[in-house]
Design a protein around this ligand. Structure first.
Ligand SMILES: C[S@@+](CC[C@H](N)C(=O)[O-])C[C@H]1O[C@@H](n2cnc3c(N)ncnc32)[C@H](O)[C@@H]1O
Length: 194
């Protein structure tokens, strides 16, 4: 029997960026405290976070999107090993291209950082009225607050994109966002009541 911690450890060893423990705890608490039952995740990797989310309670359903075929296959295998095929629906494709239906209590953005704003704009329409969009990696290992720590051009560009996403969230007229210094930096965006 595979243990979830083996999946996590194995992914980290291979530099597959799965959620940090503190960020994971934060989201699991959110799921429990807010009675979340339907989750859409952008970025499955090997299925670690989807399996953790679905394991909170037997009536939670997760749809998760992964564009890398090898990771998708691995995630599918992990989901089968946990006998969660009926509650985790993994979709192979680019989240900006695939068409997803349904409505979700929680949308979790954990894929290409350069596309965060596009993911947010595309998927907000699938959020239930009082649902929330959670984004991970907003601190980007401390680089967002200290961009001078990197000399690498690509990394600097990515830091710039994350900073612009944070500004987009702060200035958003439709959603109010709280920022949390948990894990690698997490935001929780909820629709402003009208
Ligand atoms: C940070 S990892 C996800 C980790 C996972 N949520 C976890 O904590 O176990 C990001 C994943 O998003 C995938 N990805 C990046 N851009 C994507 C896109 N446009 N559509 C779908 N998946 C994407 C990558 O292939 C990668 O596996």
């Amino acid at each position: 029997m595979v243990h979830i911690l083996n999946i996590e450890e194995d992914a980290r060893k291979r530099n597959i960026p799965v959620m940090l423990d503190d960020g994971m705890e934060f989201i699991l608490e959110y799921i429990k405290n807010n009675n979340v039952k339907s989750i859409l995740e952008i970025g499955s990797a090997v299925g670690y976070s989807a399996i953790r989310f679905a394991s909170v309670s037997d009536d939670i359903k997760v749809t998760t999107i992964e564009k890398n075929k090898d990771l998708y296959d691995e995630a599918l295998n992990n989901i089968s090993n946990f006998k969660l095929n009926d509650r985790i629906n993994i979709i192979l494709g680019d989240a900006l291209e695939v068409e997803i239906t349904g409505s979700y209590d929680l949308i979790f953005i954990d894929a290409a950082k350069s596309q965060y704003t596009k993911f947010f704009e595309k998927y907000k329409t699938l959020l239930v009225h009082d649902g929330c969009i959670i984004t991970d990696n907003l601190a980007f290992h401390g680089l967002v607050d200290n961009p001078s720590l990197t000399k690498n051009r690509n990394t600097r560009q990515l830091v710039g994109k994350i900073s612009r996403y944070i500004e987009f969230l702060k200035n958003n007229k439709e959603f109010k966002t709280e920022f949390y210094n948990r894990g690698d930096g997490i935001s929780v965006s909820k629709r402003i009541a009208d």
